[in-house]
Design a protein around this ligand. Structure first.
Ligand code: CA
Length: 667
């Protein structure tokens, strides 16, 4: 998603052996104080930049966040014991801006706001000095996110600020802004709820917002251009993105408005998870990391080139102490200052397991309800040894960290690399065992044969709380587009049915369910699979779909309600799953695309003694045999009733419609 030219690293001293980068950086003193870069107190304004090997450092002071020249430049002094350079003035410089500059190889490098700016001018080129307490919205002191005892109780809804509100049908005034989620009472022209009321109606527990820190690609001085980007091009990690604010030129506005959004969601009982992208920076040599401590924060190959496990031109070095502390302190800052309830780590396997363990442990100390999950893979090779990477396969070595399960994703709807490839839910045989891996959240289970798994060959999760299940996200085709491409030629009704089936598998599986915003209204992206910078005409959710596909929305809402009402779908230990989740014996070679299982023994304290769940992913009806008894019908033929009010069944042979799920319950 980003193209860069790699430059050879210019180091402060000659490197003899190829592998001595790490040795060199290990010799750097580190500094972990909370006064890094800026502190304002009764004695004035204090600057402290960590840059152990700089030849000189200075700080430039500005009246303006974007234009004009420095009104003053202060020399800084090195404290060799911790590698920081300091300067102070006796005044509180609220309202002013600053940049640092380091001397390297005898030359002053370009100005940088540093890596710890908490407020910036427009486009994030100069750091701003603001009094954060003045950015708190009313009632912020008492603001709290939802209490989350178990990660499996969470229902994640992944959204981008612009997608949610840009379309004219949203009825939202602050389109594309943080404030969009603070507007109650918005509707489509047909009267369907949108925005935050829509989220409340759907019932999800947490929104997972795409990158919302300050990113590089959108020109904040020209918002009329309506440039769109997902935001995976980090610039200032500790500042909200300016284009999502109503005034990016005023440093306080973006901070205040993001807090207002968090508070509005919290007031609605909804938690806020932030997508964080510490694994790479938007720029290489011109990144704030490189402009403050050259070489240190990024990894390199032995020949000095940036290594690129992110596929975006570089990767960061969490295995070095100052970078590890940076990730740790940055997430802690978001948790404390912005009341963020969870963190989704982009390309988490670029980070080492030790860093991720510290992140989870430290965040839990701030708020035990905070949870951490991420992509347990990289987008390219890394100098970091595989056993140290926070990979999906290593998730059981970590504590309180979860990973996305690509097992269920690719098996249910077909592989992401081939738009026409079908999956279990759309009639492709042979994927039953991989779907079962998703159903048991990749935990050890006596009836699951991992050797037949497509993506994983062993039960890599020792607890269901380590797994996030999903069928689609911002990456790749939306579920709707995937179904349109892979089921081309079939009536739309079949695609709607298959979408319901696919999400039923996600929402009834153990682990934590995750859905992509808008799929509850059959949202598409006009077939564009990598829409990271596509216009709003591709990315914005057309909310008039909610009326058109109201039946689809009601079904999704029913899935959410069912899961919330029934702890059997939310078991918290692998042992419970192995004991209470029992698959029926079905010969997949004779009747493919058919899975059925029971959740028994009032699993996880459920009021229902047994829940029978069955999936028919075939294009034709298939039958299963159910033990005789008094069953309530919870889901059948594309209808769902979380209370089990669709009717009763005495068991026996039951026919499942093509691409459909059956859920029965016994009290
Ligand atoms: Ca920006």
């Amino acid at each position: 998603m980003c193209l860069f030219v790699s430059a050879l690293l210019s180091l402060p001293m000659a490197i003899d052996a190829q592998s001595s980068y790490d040795a060199l950086f290990l010799s750097y003193p580190v500094y972990n104080g909370d006064d890094l870069e800026l502190k304002v107190d009764a004695t004035g304004t204090h600057f402290r930049l960590w840059s152990p090997k700089a030849q000189d450092v200075r700080v430039n002071l500005y009246d303006n966040g974007h234009t004009g020249t420095a009104y003053k430049t202060l020399p800084m002094k090195l404290d060799a014991a911790n590698g920081t350079w300091t300067a102070s003035v006796p005044e509180k410089l609220y309202g002013k801006f600053y940049t640092f500059q380091i001397k390297w190889d005898g030359k002053w490098k370009d100005e940088t706001p540093g890596v710890w700016a908490k407020a910036v001018g427009v486009n994030g080129m100069r750091a701003a000095i603001v009094n954060l307490a003045e950015t708190d919205p009313e009632g912020w002191q008492n603001d709290k996110g939802p209490k989350t005892d178990n990660f499996s109780d969470v229902i994640l809804y992944e959204m981008h600020h612009r997608d949610m509100s840009m379309h004219s049908s949203s009825g939202i005034a602050n389109k594309g802004k943080f404030l969009a989620m603070t507007e109650p009472g918005t509707t489509t022209p047909e009267g369907e709820k949108t925005g935050i009321d829509h989220l409340k109606e759907l019932g999800v527990t947490h929104v997972h917002i795409l990158p919302s820190y300050d990113y590089n690609s959108v020109d904040e001085t020209n918002l009329q251009k309506n440039t769109y980007n997902w935001g995976y091009d980090p610039q200032n990690y500790n500042v909200p993105e300016g284009s999502y604010s109503t005034n990016p030129s005023d440093p306080e506005t973006r901070i205040r408005e993001m807090k207002q959004m968090v508070k509005a969601l919290h007031d609605a009982g909804i938690g806020v998870v932030m997508d964080v992208v510490y694994n790479h920076t938007a720029q290489n040599d011109e990144s704030n990391f490189e402009l403050t401590a050259p070489g240190y924060y990024h990894r390199h190959w032995d020949d000095g080139r940036y290594s690129d496990a992110s596929g975006c031109g570089n990767e960061t070095a969490s295995d070095r102490q100052q970078m590890r502390d940076y990730i740790l302190n940055s997430t802690k800052y978001w948790a404390k200052e912005f009341h963020i309830d969870g963190f989704r780590f982009d390309l988490m396997a670029i980070h080492d397991t030790e860093t991720m363990d510290s992140v989870a442990a430290e965040l839990k100390k701030i708020n035990p309800s905070i949870f951490v999950y991420g992509e347990g893979w990289t987008a390219g090779d890394s100098p970091l040894a595989k056993e140290r990477r926070a990979l999906k396969e290593n998730v059981s070595k970590m504590k309180d960290i979860a990973v996305f399960s690509d097992d269920l994703r690719d098996a249910v709807k077909g592989h992401y690399t081939d738009a026409s490839d079908r999956g279990f839910a759309t009639g492709k045989p042979g994927l039953e065992e991989t779907v079962k891996i998703g159903i048991v959240a990749a935990t050890p289970h006596p009836q699951v044969d991992y050797s037949k798994g497509n993506n994983s060959k062993f039960p890599y999760a020792k607890s269901p709380e380590m797994i996030v299940n999903y069928v689609s996200c911002h990456d790749d085709l939306t579920l709707t587009d995937k179904l349109r491409k892979s089921m081309a030629g079939e009536p739309e009704k079949n695609m709607l049915d298959a979408a319901k089936l696919a999400q039923t598998i996600v929402f009834t599986s153990q682990g934590t369910p995750f859905m992509f915003a808008g799929e509850e209204v059959f949202r598409d992206k006009k077939g564009v699979h990598n829409s990271y910078k596509s216009p709003d005409s591709i990315n914005a959710i057309d909310w008039s779909n909610k009326h058109k596909y109201r039946d689809q929305f009601d079904y999704y809402k029913g899935l959410v309600a069912l899961r919330k009402a029934h702890p059997a779908f939310r078991m918290t230990s692998a042992a419970d799953i192995a004991k209470n989740l029992v698959f029926d014996r079905i010969d997949s070679s004779k009747t493919p695309n058919l899975i059925s299982y029971s959740l028994k023994n009032h699993a996880n304290g459920d009021k229902w003694e047994e829940i029978k769940v069955a999936f028919n992913g075939a294009s034709k009806p298939q039958t299963i045999r159910i033990r005789k008894g008094n069953w309530k019908i919870v889901a059948m033929d594309g209808k769902i009733s979380p209370e089990g009010d669709l009717g009763v069944s005495s068991g026996g042979t039951i026919t499942l419609a093509p691409y459909s799920a059956l859920i029965l319950a016994k009290e």
